[in-house]
Design a protein around this ligand. Structure first.
Ligand code: PFF
Length: 448
């Protein structure tokens, strides 16, 4: 049983810290660029505000009622089919630690770019491209060095536990992140490129919405809200009793969406303003952006430093939430100390992370490429496109069909008011159907 509990503000910031991550500032802009802008953004927004918001409430409820790690909360709430439901929790726990294998590597790239921002930025896109590709394909040692720093930092926070570690980290870093992104967005508003960025993100061109883009948009909605994996569930197990789950979910979804949109608009404004390409793939913030900052002069240098710090803050607060479900599981299951649990969970993502970063390198990529993707990209794809939406589907079914309606109503009824039936309907019918379509599409059973 847990002793330390989040404060209400601490919980909201921690859950928002989990949601607002590399997904918002690194991934969202580049997949928006890759999949053509407006239509993609619209599918993502609709998913976030309907299915995402509904499942966020459901996931919080499982943790709030279960009060244990992700696997045992399911078990405890469904004693008749405990073994089966436990698997839903286990899948989430593994998804988190698998995501960490590439997430920590990307945080490492960001730490490296903080150092670059303090020294000399690349003077053009070509130079930036060479620098990033060299880091990615040739410079394994630098990547391992920063991946190690990232691992050490995340472990140091997790060892301190819920209150002194996770809550405190978020109380400090999240406000800083909001100030940096908000401030840079306000500056972007004054530039001519803003109109183009707005047009790119909010004018849907439906012909560009391929079926893959649809799957990626829904998958990203889950990834960005940290849903389907047990991170939000694990945090909710340490909630004070009197908290309003609906309001908390709403705040987390709103903050996450606002930061993604602000970051996207800001990045595309800078890129349009200084003539760089928006469709650069994962290298967008590491290639196009540094060159753009260079073109902005001294202000650009300051922006580069602030931007990469903000990105690191976003990444680290999410990283602790990706690892904590496994840590909590190990503590609950094997009655080991937090230190041991952190070493096991951290050790796993650290070592497999080295395989992930090696799979991008020219020396090992052949060995670590399977079919169309290398190890790094497979982990990203399988977790975001499959495991999280599938986890979300199981959570919707669990709260929608497995837990008695009266029990659900007893917690959420007064907060949802007349919206309760509507939410319950989305959870029981709309979310599962939409997610099953996504899964079938992913498996190639249906195409549209
Ligand atoms: N939401 C995080 C992001 O947008 O980067 C990633 C993430 C964190 C996914 C925690 C899943 C999770 F459980």
């Amino acid at each position: 049983m847990k002793i330390a509990r989040f404060s209400r503000v601490g919980f909201i910031l921690a859950a928002a810290g989990s949601a607002v991550g590399l997904g918002n500032i690194w991934k969202f802009p580049y997949i928006t660029g890759e999949y053509g802008g407006g239509a993609f953004v619209l599918v993502y927004l609709i998913t976030v505000l309907t299915i995402g918001f509904s499942i966020m409430i459901a996931e919080m409820l499982i943790g709030y009622l279960g009060r244990m790690d992700a696997a045992r909360s399911f078990e405890k709430l469904a004693p008749k089919n405990a073994k089966t439901w436990r698997l839903a929790g286990m899948m989430g726990i593994w998804a988190g630690i698998l995501i960490m294998t590439f997430y920590s590597v990307v945080i490492g790239w960001i730490l490296h770019y903080i150092v670059v921002a303090f020294s000399t930025l690349p003077s053009c896109v070509k130079e930036a491209e060479v620098a990033f590709n060299t880091l990615l394909h040739e410079d394994i040692m630098t990547q391992i060095f920063y991946h190690t720093l990232s691992f050490l930092f995340i472990s140091a926070i997790l060892v301190r536990g819920i209150k002194a570690g996770i809550e405190k980290l978020n109380l400090i870093l999240m406000p800083l992140l909001f100030i940096i992104v908000g401030g840079m967005f306000l500056y972007a508003l004054t530039l001519d490129g803003f109109a183009q960025a707005w047009h790119f993100m909010f004018s849907p061109d439906w012909s560009k919405l391929s079926s893959e883009a649809f799957v990626v948009a829904v998958g990203h909605a889950f990834f960005t809200l940290s849903l389907g994996m047990g991170a939000i569930l694990t945090y909710s197990a340490s909630l004070p009793k009197e908290v309003n789950l609906v309001q908390s979910s709403l705040i987390v979804v709103a903050l996450d969406t606002i930061i993604a949109l602000l970051a996207g608009l800001m990045l595309f404004t800078f890129l349009y303003q200084y003539g760089a390409e928006p469709s650069k793939g994962p290298g967008l913030v590491f290639i196009s952006l540094p060159a753009t900052f260079y073109a902005m002069g001294t202000l650009g240098n300051i922006f580069a430093i602030l931007f990469f710090f903000a990105l690191a803050f976003a990444g680290l607060t999410s990283a602790v939430s990706l690892t904590e479900p496994m840590v909590q599981y190990l503590i609950d299951k094997y009655s080991i100390t937090r230190l041991k649990a952190v070493m096991i969970a951290g050790g796993f993502f650290y070592l497999v992370g080295i395989v992930a970063l090696a799979s991008n390198s020219s020396s090992f990529s052949q060995m670590l490429t399977f079919g169309s993707k290398n190890f790094f990209n497979w982990v990203d794809y399988i977790t975001a496109a499959f495991m999280l939406p599938f986890g979300g589907l199981l959570m919707a079914i669990f709260i929608g069909y497995k837990i008695p309606k009266e029990q659900v109503f007893a917690v959420l009824g007064k907060n949802l008011g007349r919206g309760f039936e509507f939410w319950y309907f989305i959870l029981r019918y709309i979310a599962p159907i939409a997610l099953i379509i996504v899964m079938l599409n992913l498996l190639g059973v249906i195409k549209f």
